[in-house]
Design a binder for this molecule. Sequence first.
Ligand SMILES: O=P(O)(O)OC[C@H]1O[C@H](OP(=O)(O)OP(=O)(O)O)[C@H](O)[C@@H]1O
Ligand SMILES: Nc1ncnc2[nH]cnc12
Length: 174
Amino acid sequence: MDLDGLIRDRIRDVVDYPKPGVVFKDITPLLADHVAFAGVVDAIVNHHGRGTVDKIVGIEARGFILAAPIAYHFGAGFVPVRKKGKLPSATYERSYDLEYGTETIEVHADAFTPGERVLIVDDVLATGGTARAAADLVARGGGDVVGLSVLMELSFLGGRDRIGNLDVHSLVTV
Ligand SMILES: O=P(O)(O)OC[C@H]1O[C@H](OP(=O)(O)OP(=O)(O)O)[C@H](O)[C@@H]1O
Ligand SMILES: Nc1ncnc2[nH]cnc12
């Protein structure tokens, strides 16, 4: 099976979670398969190439799982974007809507030095609210957002249309 087939096979649809009408893309079977997990990390690193990025931003919580090994293999630093109230030092924050609610995320105000090249990593691009907010936070902190890499894009939710000129790379589109 190629990587595209492996990813599709290992992501489980959970109907009506976390609320009626949502089909939740559960990545835990993929993470539990070391071949699929490593294949995803390698594919994102190889798409961009080592040396092209200074910092990887991971978005809590599922984004962390992918972003940390990607940062390690890139030779880049890791910066967490967290749900409100979890980061200990001074932060910038943004609020946004997503498929099943509203949320506020934060980043440490001193997380980036001006002009640092930053790749944002998450598991799913759905409505694009999270990605847009994360990109705004990086820009607010002085970083230069080079793109967004996701495992899966839910194209029917129109996320790409909401995230402006952000360069999006998705391994699988449904
Ligand atoms: O494109 P959007 O509509 O903004 O949705 C995508 C976001 O939704 C999920 O996160 P969630 O807030 O559910 O957090 P979790 O990773 O903690 O489960 C997912 O991990 C993305 O971050
Ligand atoms: N349908 C979905 N499945 C998993 N994560 C999501 N984030 C937003 N919508 C989602």
